[in-house]
Design a protein around this ligand. Structure first.
Ligand SMILES: [Zn+2]
Length: 398
């Protein structure tokens, strides 16, 4: 840790640039104590490691067990200095006795109080949710930044995600989503935006990097995210993915495949209008191919052109699938409330743009044409190519 008290309660914060001689002098003169548990701590002034305070062996303080890495300490020190350089009132390792939580940095910005947590190790979901909730309930806005060492690139514009990553998801004022991450070694913020997942683990993204000197707090809290996707790359990957899981289906995929078969459909001959990327599909863990096929089976395939569909009808069917665990949702601790149905609404509005549906009021749609069916692989490839060429400009903007 980077802050401690002296015997008379003066705070020593190593977030500021101290000279080693100053700290050596201070160490000879003073004893230091942990602000959380009150135990005596040692000031470590090694040449290779960052200057820090450490509990004595055998301490029962949580801080001792958390075994903070150098990467983490260096990161929060840089983030603290970044705030201070912007003349923002900030406190490193601020311990809030009332809630017994200690964000890495507490800062005041635009009349609001923020709790910044720079997280470089995985913590259980329960703890993440509890800490976040406690911040909200006590007048803090939590901002969780993930250590860039956790960001795993699978290929260009595709990242590998775990549930843990999604905890860090934030929303901008214009309704875009992003995950902020920071690397102290490169002194780089890495904002992962335009996140469109196509499987439980993988998602398309658009990332932007900012050197710490070149980004302000305002830009970190509300960045401009470009929501776009490469349609060709998306369709290639989603096809590969469908092929892969159809060879090794789990129980959930098996029941999906059964249903597809019973409906006289073929996973590999599905209409090109199924399995499309939409912005809020991140709210649904289940692959877009699967949840959009269910929507097709439950509602769209049962209607003919000129027939009406109500949102209620779609929502009822969507909820049934959720209750049967055929569609799995994601939750995000940093959002007050998540309306998962927005993903479906996104998709319906996309179908309007593609001329499949037309909107007939707030909650009503009319079928304009059926989805494009193909009976052979060749025909399907032809249809897909035509579809992608015709609607490229619509599909690539998320
Ligand atoms: Zn302690």
């Amino acid at each position: 840790m980077l802050t401690a008290h002296t015997k008379i309660g003066t705070k020593v914060c190593l977030g500021y640039e101290y000279k080693k001689e100053t700290l050596l002098y201070l160490r000879n003169k003073e004893d230091f104590f942990c602000p959380v548990c009150g135990e005596q701590v040692t000031l470590k002034l090694g040449d290779r490691r960052i200057f820090h305070f450490a509990h004595k062996r055998g301490s029962t303080c949580r801080d001792f067990y958390e075994n903070e890495s150098i990467y983490h300490m260096e990161g929060k020190r840089q983030l603290f200095q970044w705030l201070v350089n912007q003349k923002i009132s900030a406190e490193l390792e601020f311990y809030d006795k009332e809630i017994q939580q200690r964000p890495d940095i507490m800062f005041l910005y635009n009349g609001k109080r923020y709790a910044l947590e720079y997280q470089c190790s995985t913590i259980p979901e329960k703890i993440f949710i509890k800490r976040t909730k406690t911040y909200f309930q006590n007048g803090y806005i939590p901002i969780w930044i993930i250590g860039s060492n956790h960001i795993k690139q699978k290929m260009r514009n595709v990242l590998s995600f775990s549930n843990f990553h999604f905890f860090f998801l934030r929303k901008t004022s214009d309704g875009s989503f992003y995950i902020p991450s920071y690397c102290p070694e490169k002194r780089l913020f890495h904002l992962v935006g335009s996140i469109i997942s196509y499987s439980v683990k993988n998602a398309f993204v658009q990332s932007s990097n900012f050197e710490i000197e070149n980004i302000s707090v305002r830009e970190l809290l509300d960045p401009k995210i470009v929501n776009q996707i490469s349609v060709d790359h998306w369709s290639t990957e989603i096809e590969k993915f469908n092929f892969y899981w159809s060879l090794h289906p789990g129980p959930r995929e098996n029941s999906f495949l059964h249903e597809v078969y019973n409906q006289n459909l073929n996973l590999f001959l599905l209409p090109p209008e199924i399995g499309l990327p939409v912005r809020h599909s991140i709210f649904i863990e289940t692959s877009p191919t699967i949840w959009q096929t269910y929507l097709y089976i439950d509602v769209l395939s049962k209607k003919n052109p000129k027939e009406l569909i109500s949102l209620k009808e779609i929502e009822i069917n969507f909820k049934k699938r959720i209750n049967r665990k055929e569609i799995i949702l994601r939750n995000f601790p940093q959002f007050y409330e998540v309306n998962h149905f927005i993903a479906v609404l996104d998709y319906l509005l996309l179908l309007v743009k593609l001329g499949i549906l037309s909107r007939k009021g707030e909650t009503l749609f009319e079928i304009q044409r059926n989805l494009t069916k193909s009976l052979t692989n060749r025909k399907k490839e032809e249809n897909k190519l035509f579809f992608k060429q015709k609607y490229h400009h619509i599909l690539s903007k998320i």
